[in-house]
Unconditional design. Structure first.
Ligand SMILES: C[S@@+](CC[C@H](N)C(=O)[O-])C[C@H]1O[C@@H](n2cnc3c(N)ncnc32)[C@H](O)[C@@H]1O
Length: 254
């Protein structure tokens, strides 16, 4: 049976631990800073954020330090329950920060009263963004979206086989999606009530050059999964990753 693309996240305990360590050590990822900056420059008023694939909530401290437009509440939803547990322990007693197990493929099960949906580095790796975008379109309480995802000139579904020397279940399990979408497709999903802008990714090429996962040298599962810059482009293994920020605002009707 073909899995829905989330299978490898459950096998990827090294990467899951990397995210927890970032939270514990106060590491500010470039993409977290960029996300916080785009929220600050594009949103106003109180934000009740729902972060799909938010891991243990390591973006929240960066957003909280940056956003001055109003009060913040933050809810991270992730399929990995170890993130939910870690985040709950880390932010214990912190008002307005919460966690739940859930999937961006079933957004209605996670959404309560949030007016701002964010997601970083997760949407390319799920089977489809259509359930999320249709949910956003149909829920008038959602005013903003900010996503870091792959945006190009055509819609491309990419399945990366993750095993170096096993091919029995190729493209049925042990694969990772790296899907690219167009602005036109996102606009088509969201409909005419949404104003969308594509903004540059913000990253430090030198820092990315140094980026390594501890397991990448000894375990082929990781070897083709670490991002590396080639000039101004980011590659992961053989794949060009056109990372962009998508900023969306629901049009206000008088
Ligand atoms: C590449 S990590 C990104 C984490 C964080 N947003 C960041 O940018 O550092 C992807 C995260 O999405 C989660 N994830 C994968 N599939 C998901 C799904 N269908 N719904 C919600 N979260 C998912 C993974 O467990 C993981 O924590």
């Amino acid at each position: 049976m073909t899995d829905d693309g989330s299978g490898y996240f459950f096998k990827d305990t090294h990467y899951s631990d990397v995210l927890k360590t970032r939270l514990k050590d106060g590491v500010e990822m470039d993409s977290a800073r960029a996300m916080a900056g785009y929220l600050q420059s594009n949103c106003s008023g109180d934000l009740r954020i729902l972060d799909f694939g938010g891991g243990p909530g390591h973006y929240f401290p960066v957003i909280a330090r940056t956003y001055t437009g109003g009060r913040l509440a933050y809810h991270s939803v992730d399929i990995d329950e170890t993130h939910v547990q870690f985040g709950q322990d880390h932010f214990h007693g912190h008002d307005g920060v919460s966690f739940a197990v859930g999937s961006v493929l079933e957004p209605g099960a996670s959404h309560t009263n949030q007016n701002c949906i964010i997601s970083a580095n997760t949407l390319p790796h799920v089977q489809s963004v259509q359930p999320l975008l249709h949910y956003v379109r149909d829920n008038a309480s959602i005013e903003y979206v900010v996503f870091r995802m792959l945006i190009g000139n055509e819609c491309v579904q990419i399945k990366k086989h993750l095993l170096e020397d096993q091919f029995d279940a190729m493209y049925a399990s042990d694969f990772q999606y790296n899907n690219i979408y167009t602005l036109k497709y996102l606009q088509w999903c969201l409909g005419p009530d949404w104003q969308l802008d594509i903004k540059d990714d913000v990253f430090d090429a030198e820092r990315l050059q140094q980026h390594r996962l501890p397991a990448q040298d000894s375990d082929p599962f990781y070897a083709n999964r670490v991002s590396r810059p080639v000039g101004q482009m980011i590659f992961k293994g053989d794949i060009y990753m056109p990372w962009r920020f998508v900023i969306g605002r629901r049009n206000k009707h008088p």
